[in-house]
Design a protein around this ligand. Structure first.
Ligand code: 6GU
Length: 262
């Protein structure tokens, strides 16, 4: 998978040399290129921003350097086109589903805005020749898109086949498609079985895999009820058995039975 990143702070991306992602780059699974936007400026001060038309606070990123950057990285006459991903608090929410969709793409181009954002015409022109997705990490404001891009690249890369050592370690994740789709993962334990007078839950030592799966699902349901009641509303009722319904009712979130009319 090809990943291009354009930023006025290329140093932000040093962590992509480390750990899982560093290894995936060295083995050729990920081809990451970081570009300094100022390379596509032509004035003495390498200006990338200007005051907003219509007034208001802050500065807006000028269209010219961005236009040249996108043309250089993804030439208009070239065959393949990347998906342009722009981090912004006013974008669509980034989710595990979106991460999986991005992981299936051959080429992503991340455009890191700073200040109040990038001149809108850059998006409009890019959208005429490549897919463009504006993405938000949540309801808070970062000073720039760089850290958001690091977050997205980590979430996407671990879904690229071969990047994680153990391929099934993603299937139990919170938000993983399947049984955990709308559930938060519960607690985990390892040796020793007794630590500072605190035992590991006995069921996990029982060797009864059915009972362990049931216990883990209960923990996930309870944790989701506590921290993310909004996710419970998304649970597929048909996928809830009697035990799930009892667990949720006990956690204070009774779910209507199928016999109840909506
Ligand atoms: Cl993706 N970018 C910025 N600058 N701020 C954010 C964000 C992204 N997501 C939440 N806040």
């Amino acid at each position: 998978m090809k990943l291009d990143i354009v930023s006025i702070f290329p140093e932000y991306f040093a962590p992509l040399e480390v750990s899982l992602l560093g290894k995936a780059r060295r083995t050729g699974l990920l081809d990451v290129r970081v570009h300094d936007l100022r390379r596509w400026t032509h004035d003495r001060h390498n200006t990338v921003d200007d005051t907003p038309y219509g007034g208001g606070p802050g500065m807006v990123m000028k269209p010219e350097p961005w236009g040249e950057a996108l043309d250089a990285i993804a030439p208009p006459s070239g065959g393949a086109v990347p998906r342009l991903v722009v981090p912004t608090p006013s974008g669509r929410p980034f989710t595990q589903v979106m991460a999986a969709e991005f992981a299936a793409e051959p080429w992503l181009l991340f455009a890191c805005g700073r200040y109040e954002g990038i001149d809108r015409r850059v998006y409009d022109e890019a959208a005429a020749r490549m897919p463009v997705t504006e993405v938000s990490l949540g309801d808070f404001v970062l000073a720039g898109g760089e850290v958001a891009v690091l977050v997205m690249i980590e979430a996407v890369s671990r879904l690229v086949p071969g990047v994680l050592g153990n391929t099934d370690s993603v299937t139990d994740d919170s938000f993983a498609p399947g049984a955990m789709e709308s559930l938060l993962e519960g607690p985990v334990f390892t040796k020793p079985p007794l630590w500072r007078d605190r035992p590991v839950p006995e069921i996990l030592l029982s060797g009864n895999h059915g009972a362990i799966a049931r216990w883990r699902r209960d923990q996930a349901l309870r944790r989701t009820a506590r921290y993310r009641p909004d996710l419970l509303a998304r649970l597929d009722r048909a996928a809830l058995d009697k035990h799930d319904l009892a667990t949720l009712a006990d956690a204070g979130f009774p779910v209507d039975g199928e016999d109840m009319a909506d």
